[in-house]
Design a protein around this ligand. Structure first.
Ligand SMILES: *[C@@H]1O[C@H](CO)[C@@H](O)[C@H](O)[C@H]1NC(C)=O
Length: 393
C-alpha cells in the first residue's frame, strides 16, 4: 500500500488531470462541430428516406448474408436474454451519448436489438429522447432518478463534507472537489439497479457517453454470462487512487467480521489483497464505466447489506468512494471467483485508456480499430495481470 501510494501514482494522477483538462477543452470544439453537422444531417434525412421508398430493390438489412466469421449472427427467432443497456447521462451529453450508442449498435446491437434505459437526475429533453430513439435499434426508455437516490442525504454533515471536498481539490485529486461526481458514485453503487425502469431486467451492460467500441462483437455477451453462470464482467482493471478511499477498506473488514456468512467460498479476495488474507487492500478494481453484470447480485441480501453499511459511514461524501472499488470489492468477496469474467474480445475505450483484444485471433476476428500495442492491459497501473495470475492459481 505504502509503495503504491508513492510517486508513480501521484505522477499518474497529474497526467490524468492534464488529460481530462485537454479532453474538456476538446469537447467544446467538438460540440460546436456536432451541432453544425447535425443540421446538415437533418436536412438530408428527408430526401434519403424518400429515396429508399422509391427504390424498393434495396434489400432490408436483415436479408443481407452474414459475413464469413460472423457465425453468431442471430436469426429472426433469436431469443434475447433478460437484459438492457443502461446509460447514465445529462442532456448536455446528447451528442457524446449518440456516438456511444451508434458504436454499440454498429458493433453489436443492430443484430440483437437489446433495449436501452437512459437515466438522468433531471428530465430528459424532447430532443434528447427523439435523437436517441432514432439511434437505438431496441426499445429506448428514459427515466428520472428519484431525489433520494441521487442527492446527498440530510444526515450527512455538510460542513465536514465540504471541508473534505476543498481539501481534495487543493490536493488535485481527480473529481476531488465535485459533489455531483460523489452523487453519481453513490447512485451507481447502490441505486441504479433499483430504478423502476431497471427492475424488470436481470442483466445490464453499462455504457457511458463518449466511449468507443473498437471491434465487431460476434457473440452475445449477455448470453455468455447467463449460460456460464457469471455475475460480473469487465474489460479494464486498475489501481485506485488511495486518497479517495482512505477508510474504505477498514469498513469492509468491519463488515466482513460482522457478517462472515456473506463471504463466498473460493472468492477472489486473493485478487484484491496481495497476501490473500484481506488484511490490506491492494487498490485493484474493475473499471466500472464498462460493466456487464447480474443485478440480482446487487439486489441480493449480501450486497444490499454491504451497501447500506458503507453508505451509513458517509464515505461517499466525507471521502470520495467510487462505485468501481465498491462493486469490485463486493464481487471479489461475495461471489466465487469463477463468476467474474474478463472479456478480451470486447475492444473498449474510455479516454484515456483502451482495452484492445490480444488473445488468439480476437483482434483479427473482431476487425478491431484499436492498436494492440496501445493496450492498457500492459500498463503499469493495470491489474489485469494480477487478475489472470490469480485466476490461474
Ligand atoms: C427479468 O428479470 C427480472 C429481475 O430478475 C424479473 O423480475 C423479470 O420477471 C424477468 N423477466 C422475464 C421475462 O423473465
Amino acid at each position: 500500500m505504502r509503495l503504491l501510494a508513492s510517486s508513480p501514482v501521484r505522477i499518474a494522477a497529474s497526467v490524468m488531470g492534464l488529460v481530462i483538462l485537454l479532453h474538456f477543452l476538446a469537447t467544446f470544439t467538438h460540440d460546436g462541430y456536432a451541432r453544425a453537422t447535425s443540421l446538415q444531417r437533418f436536412t438530408q434525412s428527408s430526401s434519403e428516406t424518400s429515396k429508399s421508398v422509391q427504390n424498393p430493390s434495396i434489400p432490408p438489412s436483415h436479408d443481407i448474408e452474414p459475413l464469413p466469421g460472423s457465425e453468431a449472427y442471430p436469426s429472426s427467432s433469436y431469443t434475447r436474454v433478460n437484459a438492457t443497456f443502461v446509460i447514465l447521462c445529462r442532456n448536455d451529453q446528447l451528442w457524446d451519448t449518440m456516438r456511444s450508442v451508434r458504436e454499440i449498435e454498429d458493433k453489436f446491437n443492430h443484430k440483437y436489438h437489446y433495449p436501452y434505459v437512459f437515466l438522468n437526475e433531471v428530465p430528459f429533453t424532447e430532443e434528447f429522447k427523439y435523437r436517441l430513439k432514432t439511434m437505438a435499434s431496441g426499445k429506448a426508455e428514459f427515466g428520472l432518478i428519484p431525489r433520494d437516490h441521487w442527492f446527498q442525504p440530510d444526515w450527512i454533515d455538510e460542513a465536514k463534507a465540504s471541508k473534505s471536498r476543498e481539501k481534495m481539490q487543493s490536493e488535485n485529486i481527480i473529481y476531488g472537489g465535485s459533489l455531483s461526481y460523489r452523487n453519481m458514485c453513490r447512485f451507481n453503487s447502490g441505486f441504479f439497479f433499483r430504478h423502476p425502469l431497471m427492475e424488470k431486467y436481470k442483466w445490464y451492460w453499462r455504457i457511458e457517453p463518449d466511449v468507443h467500441f473498437h471491434c465487431n462483437i460476434l457473440f452475445d455477451p449477455f448470453r455468455y454470462m447467463e449460460e456460464n453462470n457469471k455475475i460480473y464482467a469487465f474489460t479494464i482493471s486498475m489501481i485506485e487512487y488511495e486518497a479517495t478511499i482512505p477508510t474504505l477498506w477498514g469498513h469492509v473488514k468491519d463488515f466482513v467480521k460482522k457478517y462472515p456468512q456473506y463471504v463466498a467460498k473460493n472468492n477472489a479476495m486473493g485478487f484484491i489483497s496481495d497476501d490473500g488474507s484481506g488484511d490490506r487492500y491492494n487498490l485493484c478494481h474493475f473499471w466500472s464505466n464498462f460493466e456487464i453484470a447480474n443485478m440480482e447480485f446487487w439486489r441480493g441480501e449480501a450486497y444490499m447489506k454491504f451497501f447500506e453499511y458503507l453508505d451509513s459511514q458517509g464515505g461517499f461524501y466525507y471521502e470520495r468512494w467510487g462505485d468501481a472499488p465498491v462493486h469490485s470489492i463486493a464481487a471479489s468477496i461475495f461471489a466465487p471467483r469463477e463468476q467474474i469474467h474478463f472479456f478480451d474480445e470486447i475492444g473498449y475505450e474510455h479516454a484515456p485508456y483502451t482495452h484492445c483484444p490480444k488473445e488468439g485471433d480476437n483482434w483479427e476476428k473482431g476487425k478491431c480499430t484499436c492498436r494492440p500495442d496501445n493496450n492498457f492491459d500492459f500498463d503499469g497501473i493495470s491489474c489485469l495481470n494480477k487478475f489472470q495470475n490469480f485466476m490461474k492459481s
